[in-house]
Write a protein of this length. Structure first.
Ligand code: PGA
Length: 250
């Protein structure tokens, strides 16, 4: 089984419902036969409408987060079960913005991952080091700890529903993309960790995305690396032409 190539968008906290619907409509119109899996991560508010619109389209929908609790008195939270009920198929978890600004630690993320999987969602699990850690040469130990803290306890069967996204924090939204060599080195390292945990075949089958200022200009060069299976795209996913050019580069 060849591993799945993927281009996923992460809209973050951008677009009103109407703007998001317009972007999804444009993508639906333009992306009919992509050569890779295509996912768009939208704010919760958009999920139900966009998932309904994209029924029958090859484009799948992701939430950008879910609660670490199953249900009940957690005002303002959105559960994995609710996400699933919209028709979304994926949930992005562990994004560095969630870790940094909303204090999501390994344990919270472990709970979120388990709830997402238990509710039949696939998880795009983000990992990556900050600038100081890269400068200190600690990037490998950082991502290893992130995996061990939140996802490496999963069964081999559950692991099949995990997509990894390596996103060096210093590259997110900064225009400072990792070089293809830096990204490839890290992706090969990550695949090695997966091989140790789940075996060579599981590692071979695991989709590992690169994210961090990936755009329509640098995507092809990044995607040409043997261990980079696609991208998780922030800023460039907000403009149909740019996102479509990245899909075409995959
Ligand atoms: P960026 O964001 O493409 O705007 O750098 C990527 C991400 O945070 O997923």
């Amino acid at each position: 089984m060849a591993r799945i190539k993927m281009v996923a968008g992460n809209w973050k906290m951008n677009k009103t419902l109407q703007e998001g619907v317009a972007l999804a409509a444009q993508l639906k119109e333009d992306v009919k036969n992509p050569k890779c899996a295509v996912v768009i991560g939208t704010p919760f508010i958009h999920l139900a409408t966009v998932a309904e619109m994209l029924k029958g389209s090859p484009i799948k929908v992701a939430a950008e987060n879910c609660a670490d609790k199953e249900k009940g008195a957690f005002t303002g939270e959105v559960s994995a079960e609710m996400v699933k009920s919209t028709g979304a198929e994926y949930c992005i978890l562990g994004h560095s913005e969630r870790r940094a600004y909303y204090h999501e630690d390994y344990e919270i993320l472990k709970n979120k991952v388990e709830l997402a999987l238990a509710n039949g969602l696939k998880v795009i699990f983000c990992i990556g080091e900050v600038k100081e850690e890269r400068e200190a040469g600690k990037q490998n130990e950082v991502v290893k700890a992130q995996l061990e803290g939140s996802v490496f306890h999963l069964s081999a069967e559950a692991w099949k529903n995990i997509v990894l996204a390596y996103e060096p924090v210093w590259a997110i939204g900064t225009g400072l993309t990792a070089t293809p060599a830096q990204a490839q080195d890290m992706h090969a390292y990550l695949r090695g960790l997966v091989a140790k945990q789940y075996g060579a075949q599981a590692a071979e089958d695991t989709t590992i995305l690169y994210g961090g200022s990936c755009n329509e200009k640098n995507a092809a060069e990044l995607f040409a690396c043997p261990d980079i299976d696609g991208g998780l795209i922030g800023g460039a996913a907000l403009v149909a032409e740019k996102f479509e050019a990245i899909i075409a580069a995959r």
